[in-house]
Design a protein around this ligand. Structure first.
Ligand SMILES: *[C@@H]1O[C@H](CO)[C@@H](O)[C@H](O)[C@H]1NC(C)=O
Length: 279
């Protein structure tokens, strides 16, 4: 079906993308250096047994090292984003206690496009969907935690999973409202999220998000990064440029390895036996 073949690519040049990827390889070294510094801070923090959050929002948990961030650059109405999010949902089901997920929304800057100054590839309704997801994520932690909500970010993630079940309606308010109900937003959380996407704050949120995607050179929905390093692209119904593999288990391994790198511990209870170590 034509819809499934939609290629969610903002810059229609694969050659440009390939060279961008090469540039990124050198960036990766810088990221690795920053990570070493970050790991040192993490172990220091552990010695003082303090719970702390650094500037990037990484969280030090008691008994656990810092969470590994899975970052997805997406367009909310893109079929490849939906597929990538479904895979990542399996990953997060296993790794929620050592990982976190963040989404940035790809869009092009356009001063004549109101109200956001951003043009979204799948139309204005996609920009609306992007803002709903951003605002839901921001306010998902409002109100008392519920027994089945295992981590603070999960309600925002489930909101996206809920929208994806009815993907032709992503961006419509009625779907957002029914998803608030389905995933257990509190009345306060829902009203803050609603005020967020209908109010002035969302313009800068959406623009900052697009700017972050641009900085990462992520113009294809979905482009996935693990702990700041490029990992994989979902494009045209398949994984591409994905040397580590595109199965949920492959991403689990990447996250577990990143966790070991920054925390010097292989979390066997979550990740299973460490590969390459025979007992
Ligand atoms: C910029 O926004 C205007 C108004 O929405 C639109 O007509 C135009 O096509 C956009 N330009 C680009 C390059 O997307």
């Amino acid at each position: 079906m034509a819809r499934n073949l939609c290629i969610c690519l903002l810059v229609a040049s694969l050659a440009a993308l390939a060279s961008a990827r090469k540039l990124q390889a050198s960036d990766t070294d810088v990221v690795a250096i920053i990570q070493v510094a970050g790991a040192a801070t993490t172990s220091l923090a552990k010695h003082t047994a303090k719970s702390t959050a650094d500037a990037s929002g990484a969280i030090e948990l008691s008994g656990r090292g810092r969470r590994i961030e899975i970052l997805m650059a997406v367009m909310s109405r893109c079929p490849d984003a939906r597929a990538a999010e479904a895979t990542m949902d399996q990953v997060l089901t296993r790794l929620h206690s050592i990982a976190t997920v963040r989404l940035v929304y790809i869009g092009s800057f356009n001063s004549s496009s109101s109200p956001y100054g951003i043009t979204c590839k799948h139309g204005e309704i996609e920009c609306a969907g992007n803002t709903q997801q951003l605002c839901a994520a921001k306010y998902s932690g409002q109100g008392p935690a519920e027994a089945d909500v295992v981590e603070p970010w999960t309600r925002g993630w489930r909101f996206i999973m809920c929208q994806n079940k009815q993907y032709t309606d992503i961006g419509k308010e009625a779907l957002a409202e029914s998803c608030f109900q389905e995933v257990g937003f509190t009345a306060t959380g829902a009203s803050l999220a609603r005020a967020c996407w209908s109010g002035p704050e969302v313009r800068s949120m959406l623009r900052n998000s697009a700017r972050q995607a641009e900085k990462l050179r992520a113009s294809v929905s979905a482009t996935i990064f693990v702990d700041g390093q490029y990992r994989c692209t979902r494009n045209g119904g398949q994984w591409a440029d994905c040397p580590g593999g595109g199965e949920a288990d492959d991403f689990v391994l990447t996250v577990c390895e990143a966790y070991r790198r920054v925390s010097y511990v292989w979390p066997e209870d979550i990740c299973g036996p460490q590969p390459g170590l025979d007992k």
